[in-house]
Design a protein around this ligand. Structure first.
Ligand code: NAI
Ligand code: MG
Length: 355
């Protein structure tokens, strides 16, 4: 038996997670999977019920789980709270508690949605790339940091820092991912200027010797930002540090047109991971049956593949998404002329039927 912890969270979180669970139940039935599903509180839901965005009960359940599915956290009603009580702290809490150092963000453009991208169809049609972002190191966490008085004025400073072991473990995740895909890995750094990047590049090359089938290349981050919009299909897997990955993964997401389509995984060394759509709690459409559940459904597919070892089940879900798009069914964020507008629940039902 495998244990899945489900954390619906706030806003559209409960709605989209509900549809994802319909899909998960159906795929478990079809593939004969033995799954136990528990539900917990996080974010504003945790604050409302227990006065804590990452309650102790959730923490205990998270440590026991084989995988975690999260909806989204946050909302305007929580903005006046002190920082430690805000919903976002729940997300940061679970990420650091479980040491989720590897963030995988695929950017896939379904051919049916080519017109949803801001780029010309021929530039993005067939786009399928994966960004592997290091999530627990780099300038976001490095010491020393602060703002202090020097020579009569204030200076602000942060430290970009990576150890060899941190680089090595994220590189292995990226090479492993490349082995399962197109076997091409591009490591993005700023080795012409930064010592931390020099070490990054050296370690990635060293790890690469264990993966002779993977074609490794290197790119400076400024060029990578440019290449992503010029010719994104040149990439298979990209691996990069925390800050470069933050920026490049958002850029890559936008190549595909809708935030409602994109899943993500955050993994630790044991591969028990946290899976969530990349979007937030969308308070503007919460409770209206308008949210696109596909990003969450695809997060379930990633969970089955990366943490639970059920590749066939993952592929079945991804195929169902393609079928439903072929049928012309669209939620409001991806609707275009000639398509059928459906709500959140109807999209979930269509996915279940398509499986
Ligand atoms: P957002 O991603 O929630 O919404 C941005 C826009 O995209 C909105 O117009 C929304 O309606 C739309 N949208 C998002 N998901 C959609 C879906 N599945 N289907 C259709 N449309 C969708 O980002 P925003 O508005 O900046 O933040 C709202 C709240 O979410 C804030 O409290 C923020 O802190 C939180 N947030 C939480 C995240 C998480 O839980 N991982 C990530 C980003 C933001
Ligand atoms: Mg970001």
């Amino acid at each position: 038996m495998q244990r899945i912890l489900v954390l619906p969270g706030d806003g559209i979180g409960p709605e989209i997670v509900n549809e994802a669970l319909k899909v998960l139940d159906r795929v478990a039935e079809l593939e004969g999977l033995d799954l136990e599903i528990d539900e917990g509180l996080i974010g504003g839901a945790g604050y409302d019920a227990a006065g804590d965005p990452y309650p102790a009960t959730t923490r205990a359940m998270a440590r026991e789980a084989d995988a975690i599915l999260l909806g989204a956290v946050g909302g305007p009603q929580y903005e006046a709270l002190d920082r430690p009580l805000r919903p976002e702290r729940g997300l940061l809490g679970i990420r650091s508690d479980l040491n989720l150092f590897a963030n995988l963000r695929p950017a896939i453009l379904y051919s049916q949605l080519a017109e949803a991208s801001t780029l010309r169809p021929e530039v993005v049609a067939g786009l399928d790339l994966l960004i592997v972002r290091e999530l627990t190191g780099d300038i976001y966490f490095g010491q020393p940091r602060g703002v202090e008085e020097r020579d009569g004025e204030r200076v602000g400073f942060n430290t970009a820092i990576y150890s060899e072991s941190e680089i090595e473990r994220i590189a292995r995740v990226a090479f492993d991912a490349a082995m399962k895909r197109g076997r091409r890995l591009c490591s993005v750094d700023k080795a012409n200027v930064l010592e931390v990047s020099e070490l990054w590049r050296e370690v990635v090359i060293r790890v690469g010797r264990d993966y002779p089938e993977v074609e490794l290349s290197h790119m400076y981050v400024d060029n990578a930002a440019m290449q992503l919009v010029r010719a994104p299909k040149q990439f298979d897997v990209i691996v990069t540090g925390n800050i470069f990955g933050d920026i490049l993964s958002d850029e890559a997401a936008m190549l595909t047109g809708s935030i409602g389509m994109l899943p993500s995984a955050s993994l630790n060394a044991e591969r028990a991971g946290l899976y969530e759509p990349i979007h937030g709690s969308a308070p503007d459409i919460a409770g209206q049956d308008r949210a696109n559940p596909i990003a969450t459904v695809l997060s379930v597919a990633m969970m089955l593949r990366h943490s639970l070892g059920h590749e066939a089940a993952a592929a079945r879900i991804e195929t169902a998404v393609g079928r439903v798009l072929d049928q012309g069914l669209r939620t409001a964020d991806i609707v275009s002329e000639g398509c059928t507008l459906v709500g959140t629940a109807a999209m979930g039902d269509a996915l279940v039927a398509a499986m």
